[in-house]
Design a protein around this ligand. Structure first.
Ligand code: ATP
Length: 439
């Protein structure tokens, strides 16, 4: 069973490369650990994931606003929050033959190297923030970090948002963007990366109401995976953190986990960060970061509930959850049963041959559908079955085929991905018919 599951990760990794979702970064130079590039279909899939998050976290609500803050921030930001001191993982090194490095907390209770069986060093704290320098002089005074989370932007800009927008507690600030962690061990494809993308929202509440809002956001976020992304509910679970694994800033935290081929892994953490960050920044910056309740004139530092998700982990989850193989007329058909809202292409349009008359009609159909759907035009002229298989492998819900009969009856064939059933539809009704099917 484990072998079978690991096999699934290998298959998805291979498909991702073959079909233009994910490539190893700088591959012609041998790649670089924990870094990946996203190809054309990967970009489309990620854009859909981000848009669906933004739609549900910001656009469909009136209590959350957006922000884009910088990746490099003032060095004091990370001193104030304790990241310089505490954003560390326990590193152990093999003293035997292989000399590999591991995260002690990933190894369990063993004191032997999992690769060569050699003895392990004592754990030491390793800070996973990347360092660089700002300006031309590379001394310690010019040292800055690449952010390891997007969240600090929301805390540092809290006062600006409150004074420039008409927000009232409870309200949230949301951000999507790159974060960087010099992970000791990377791996499991794009699960653990050194450069990755986060989608985080800091929701500011009255102290005392934090417990209720924490529960609210745990529910809300769990349902998003099932109802909006179409991830199988039975592959998801909630895991509250034990007290000893809480991050230094959190009072409570619950992970939303997916059953990956290598076991349960975190997709998103929903944490109660209390007033830790605002209080720390107030103290270090000297700025008053309290909030004045307009109705009661009460002043307080809000508590914060934070749902923090990663685009890359959601992406690999979508691919794994959707991957399916079935036997069709003696051949294996690989199909990604992606939810239509995340599928890179919604409708593929294929003239049966490269004949001018067919291409003209196919281009017309493309122009009609393009404003309504994510459309791909495929005129490669290869065997139609092979072109369907290619669309199956990237998860396209519908293919539209324009054939010679189209020139007579002004109708086309809709072919559905999951059932492979076909329906003949007049071009004049095609847009409405597809809207109905997608509804
Ligand atoms: P882990 O325990 O797996 O290292 P974490 O608890 O440190 O993760 P958080 O700090 O809660 O992660 O980050 C929020 C989200 O950001 C995670 O749920 C995950 O989706 C994403 N994330 C964190 N680290 C990475 C990484 N190295 N690669 C890809 N995504 C990541």
């Amino acid at each position: 069973m484990i072998g079978e599951r690991q096999d699934l990760m290998e298959k998805v990794t291979a498909l991702s490369k073959r079909r233009g979702f994910v490539y190893p970064s700088s591959e012609i130079y041998g790649g670089l650990g924990g870094l990946y590039d996203y190809g054309p279909y990967g970009v489309a899939l990620r854009r859909n994931i981000r848009n669906l998050w933004w739609r549900h976290m910001v656009d469909l609500r009136d209590d959350v606003v957006g922000l884009e803050s910088t990746i490099i921030m003032h060095p004091q930001v990370w001193v104030a929050t304790g990241h310089v001191e505490n954003f560390t993982d326990p590193l152990v090194e093999c003293r035997g033959d292989c000399k590999q490095r591991f995260r002690a907390d990933h190894l369990g209770s063993t004191d032997r190297c999992p690769v060569c069986g050699g003895p392990l060093s004592e754990p030491r704290r390793f800070n996973t923030m990347f360092k660089t320098h700002i300006g031309p002089v590379e001394d310690t005074a010019s040292e800055v970090h690449l952010r390891p989370e997007t969240a600090q932007g929301m805390f540092v800009d809290f006062k600006n948002v409150v004074s420039s927008m008409r927000v009232r507690v409870p309200f949230g600030i949301a951000q999507q963007g790159r974060s960087f962690r010099n992970e000791i061990t990377h791996g499991n494809f794009i699960f653990r990366l050194r450069e990755f993308e986060q989608m985080e929202m800091e929701y500011f509440v009255r102290p005392g109401e934090d417990g209720r809002w924490h529960e609210h956001w745990i529910d809300e976020r769990f349902n998003w995976y099932v109802e909006v992304l179409g991830i199988r509910r039975e592959k998801l679970r909630l895991r509250p953190h034990d007290k000893d694994e809480l991050a230094h800033y959190a009072k409570a935290s619950t992970d939303i986990e997916y059953l990956f081929p290598f076991g349960w892994g975190e997709l998103e953490g929903v944490a109660n960060r209390t007033d830790f960050d605002l209080r720390a920044h107030q103290q270090h910056s000297g700025e008053d970061l309290s909030y004045l309740e307009p109705d009661t004139n009460e002043r307080y530092i809000p508590y914060v509930i934070e749902p923090a998700a990663g685009v890359d982990r959601i992406m690999v989850t979508c691919l794994l959850d959707a991957y399916d193989e079935e036997e069709v007329r003696g051949e294996t058909r690989v199909v990604l049963r992606l939810h239509r809202d995340v599928a890179p292409v919604e409708v593929a349009i294929m003239p049966l041959s490269k004949k001018k008359e067919l291409i003209e009609v196919a281009r017309q159909v493309q122009r009609t559908l393009q404003p309504a759907f994510r459309v791909e035009y495929d005129q490669t002229g290869g065997h139609i079955g092979r072109r369907y298989r290619r669309q199956d492998e990237i998860g396209t819900p519908y293919c539209i085929t324009i054939d010679f009969a189209t020139l007579e009856d002004r109708a086309v064939t809709i072919r559905e991905r999951d059932s492979m059933e076909q329906e003949r539809v007049p071009i004049a009704n095609l847009l409405d018919r597809l809207r109905e099917r997608f509804a």
